[in-house]
Design a protein around this ligand. Structure first.
Ligand SMILES: Cc1cc2nc3c(=O)[nH]c(=O)nc-3n(C[C@H](O)[C@H](O)[C@H](O)COP(=O)(O)O)c2cc1C
Length: 196
């Protein structure tokens, strides 16, 4: 079993980094090979180029590497905070540039791109860990939890991933040491339960 683990948070002392560390430690304990990337640390460029948009190839070494790893992985694990109901821009750039044809989905040759895609990531398991500072009631009733729709339907679903697991940890701003410890235990047990 292999996993791609992608972290998008700029601050090394963040709770997101603690999640990333726990995921990586637990994967190692379960004997799962991991392609782990801290996008800020690796200085990933999120901006798609003109040439890249019209082509199946990229000149960016990281884009090609991440895409190859995505295809090779059984588990795709993303860790990021809720920023305006969306992933941070650096991860949005990863989604645009890496989760793309011909790796993650494609269109039939005769298609204009207007129809349904050919799903290329079938059978993989998508996992997302999010953090936020909004109460669950307000997130669900007022904002509609956009990150859930983005990951489950717009990204994983579009590429054929039906096995989906997501956790939102909140409220980070008011959390105690004990809360964070308990949350990291949940991450640890998710990984050991799901990745067998
Ligand atoms: C640019 C920006 C936008 C944010 N937008 C939201 C938001 O829409 N909803 C929310 O609940 N929290 C929002 N937050 C708060 C972050 O989600 C919160 O700081 C983070 O999840 C805390 O995790 P950390 O300790 O790992 O940084 C935002 C923070 C920043 C910096």
């Amino acid at each position: 079993m292999k996993a791609s683990v992608i972290l998008a948070h700029p601050y090394p002392k963040s709770f997101n980094h603690a999640i990333y560390k726990t995921v990586n430690e637990t994967l190692a304990e379960t004997g799962t090979a991991a392609f782990s990337h801290d996008l800020y640390e690796e200085n990933f460029n999120p901006v798609m180029t003109t040439g890249e948009l019209g082509s199946d190839k990229s000149d960016d070494r990281l884009v090609n590497q991440y895409a190859d790893e995505l295809v090779e992985s059984d588990y795709l694990i993303f860790i990021h905070p809720n920023w305006w109901g969306q992933p941070p821009a650096i991860l949005k750039g990863y989604i645009d540039r890496v989760i793309r044809p011909p790796y993650a989905y494609d269109f039939p040759e005769e298609s204009t791109g207007g129809g349904l895609p050919i799903e290329k990531l079938n059978g993989k398991h998508g996992m997302v860990y999010n953090t936020s500072n909004t109460e669950a009631d307000r997130e669900d009733s007022y904002f509609g939890d956009p990150l859930d729709k983005i990951w489950e339907k717009c990204i994983f679903g579009f590429c054929g991933i039906k096995k989906y697991h997501r956790r939102m940890f909140r409220i980070i701003a008011d959390s105690s040491e004990a809360d964070r410890k308990r949350w990291l235990e949940q991450v640890r047990s998710d990984i050991t339960e799901i990745i067998k």
